[in-house]
Design a protein around this ligand. Sequence first.
Ligand code: B12
Ligand code: SF4
Length: 471
Amino acid sequence: MKIAFLKPPVGGILGLEMLTFVEPLGPICVAACLEAEGHTCAVFDLRIDGEERGMADCRTFNPDVVGLQCNFTTERNRTIRLAQRIRREMPRAFIVIGGHDASRDPDWFRNPAIDAIAAGDGEEVLPPLVDALARGKDLTAIKGIEVPRNGAWVYTGAADARPNLDSYPMPARHLIARYADHYYINFRKPLALMETARGCPFKCNFCSVWKFHESTFREKSPERVVKELEQIAAPNVFITDDIFWMNVRRGEEMAKQIKASGIRKYFTVQTRTDIICKFPHLIEQWKDCGDLAIFLGLESVTDEGLKAVNKKNTADNNVRAIQILKDLGVGFTPNFIVDPAWDRDDFARLRDWIDQTGAYNSGFSILTPLPGTDLWDHAKKQVTTHEWEMYDIVHTVLPTKLPLDEFYAEYSALWRHALDVRYRYKGKVKTYLQLGAALATRKVTLSAVRKGMNIAKVFSKPETFLRAHEH
Ligand code: B12
Ligand code: SF4
């Protein structure tokens, strides 16, 4: 069988996905399993090709099955629109949709343009589904899907989550080799994505990762991680694990083996501040594997704020972790959650914290009930819109305590403040000199720098966010 995976073209209110633009790792993991069973796969990234060229190439490929990935709630409408176009132009193709958002809220995707909705790890669902299609077998015997039957949608029950991730084939990177130079993170290009573990044992109420993985945490061995790295040409690697170093021993062993292999990359990882406080030696070990930057979901500067989102961490850990990273000279991007119920004092408290800690790279997400989270169950009746593009975490979809324009005035002031603190700590001239040096050594591209600068400017204005509420 011939299976095509398509990524819909860029959409979004602010085009946030263009700030960090990553390869479709999920689809190439699933494609690897299909290829191992003798099928032929192709990936068309319409964000790069553009819709017309990507669709034309896909029509030429003439797929039997089309797989669409919907990870973000914001991608819903554009993914359905693409499915409808595929249905019109490739009526023979069986269209299946999977990915994070589709798995957590499959019912929303019940649409005449969709033949099956897949939930969970695609590696477990798509190969048996394609096999059943090839043999003309009944699809309701395949686990992990919703399919239409006699005018209703039938759910076939959860597919197993395989505990041993090493037994999956290597991601089918050859299918996206022609796009490899296009992916980047912030200013760093080209960028590859790599997964060393899946899931998270915590249960934050705004997050769907633990729900998707049913509170499991599954890992690849250090040996497998090194093998995957050997397959990656890009100098920059974003590790998709939600809690990197969850298993400290494995974290140490991976660093040891990567160092021994001679592979050096600029790694970007995501982890928790309690792990950094308890095991700072991990950071030192990983620094030896090249360069390291860390995304930190700090969420709140108070214990009450952390408790409200069920983070199971402390405000003290947040402060200490920032200091540890500063002392070790490791780049970090803290992220905070701004509650629509905030008053002016709450915004002021966060600004003061950034002043004191010098955490100038901070980002600010607005508390958003995403479908498939505990927060959604709790707040779905209060949401002010079902315009899914607004679920991008920089627009509020809940009523605000402050008048909306004042809320956004405070929100955009946070972004402006972070930039001011950056200039205060690093100096405007030094910031520009560093960028200049990175440009000269081709570590970053001019267009990426322009984009980043533009976003900083755009986020500093309340109108940027208010505009979407006018429709
Ligand atoms: C990389 C990543 C990013 C990157 C890149 C985003 C981008 N532009 O694509 C960055 C850091 C920029 C980012 C930003 C954001 N992200 Co993000 N991100 C991730 C992350 C960590 C990894 C995704 C990944 O590649 N995973 C590894 C691969 C192997 O898994 P996968 O893609 O899910 O694929 C598997 C299955 O889903 C399935 N599958 C996938 N595709 C298909 C297709 C078919 C046909 C089938 C059958 C199966 C299938 O099989 C695959 C293999 O098992 C996930 C969390 C996670 N661990 O998945 C969050 C996640 C996707 N992000 C999330 C969010 C909310 C965001 C933000 C909106 C907010 C934020 N946190 O800052 C922003 C803005 C995103 C945007 N619009 O660009 C949420 C999405 C929830 C939702 N309902 O919207 C997630 C789930 C994290 C969370 N805590 O809840 N993100
Ligand atoms: S926010 Fe992070 S720590 Fe909390 S459940 Fe999600 S992945 Fe785990």
